[in-house]
Design a protein around this ligand. Sequence first.
Ligand SMILES: C[S@@+](CC[C@H](N)C(=O)[O-])C[C@H]1O[C@@H](n2cnc3c(N)ncnc32)[C@H](O)[C@@H]1O
Length: 224
Amino acid sequence: MSIPSPDTPDDIPAGIAYRDWAAVYDSNENRTRDLDASCLIAADLPLAGATVVEFGAGTGKNTAHLARQATRVTAMDLSPDMLARAHKRGLGDHVRFIEHDITGPWPVEPASADLVVGNLVLEHVRDLAPVLVEAAKALRPGGRLYLSELHPFRQLRGSQARFERADGSAARVEAYYHGVSEYLAAAQAAGLALLSLDEPIEHGATIGAETPPRLLVLQFVKTA
Ligand SMILES: C[S@@+](CC[C@H](N)C(=O)[O-])C[C@H]1O[C@@H](n2cnc3c(N)ncnc32)[C@H](O)[C@@H]1O
């Protein structure tokens, strides 16, 4: 279901919103983005020599981390403007950026990836199932899927991807609610078994009714 928004401007489709957000995505204050980046590093994924597929790579903040150790990174995103920023990072010839809508079939060889990574993307996707099916298809048996998303408790409190444009106006990006059970069911149906589930909060923060976990971080393994 989409997130109700009684007191805010109409949501902007992701394909349009990220055209504007690209210019300020890396520079705006964004605690979710920053926590996501530090959690990915802390996850200590098996990157050395790995073939990695990243979906919703955006400006490449996480691609840069993946590219440091991986042998090959295929990084997809819907937004040419976000990808243009990622390109500018000059991450090397082993990194391939592809403009692609991940709700359709992926331009990735089946069973070729050791690791599939998606951060802060699925909030913008109405139906998780086809995306997780494509992720599972890309993975070799024993390969791993790493997901990091805005925690559904935060979504229920009205949080969703939003930003301030360069001209100071506010924008909210089209978003959909996904509960924990929805992630788990979609993954299981795609042939992915749960390895870990974490609910990170910022350093120094405490969990409370007003401050639920910021992220939901899930790791799965492809079983067959
Ligand atoms: C909040 S940004 C996250 C970017 C990056 N993963 C990060 O953690 O900084 C969400 C990204 O998902 C991309 N995105 C949203 N819907 C998508 C879709 N259907 N297919 C591919 N990319 C999509 C957007 O273009 C945007 O770059």
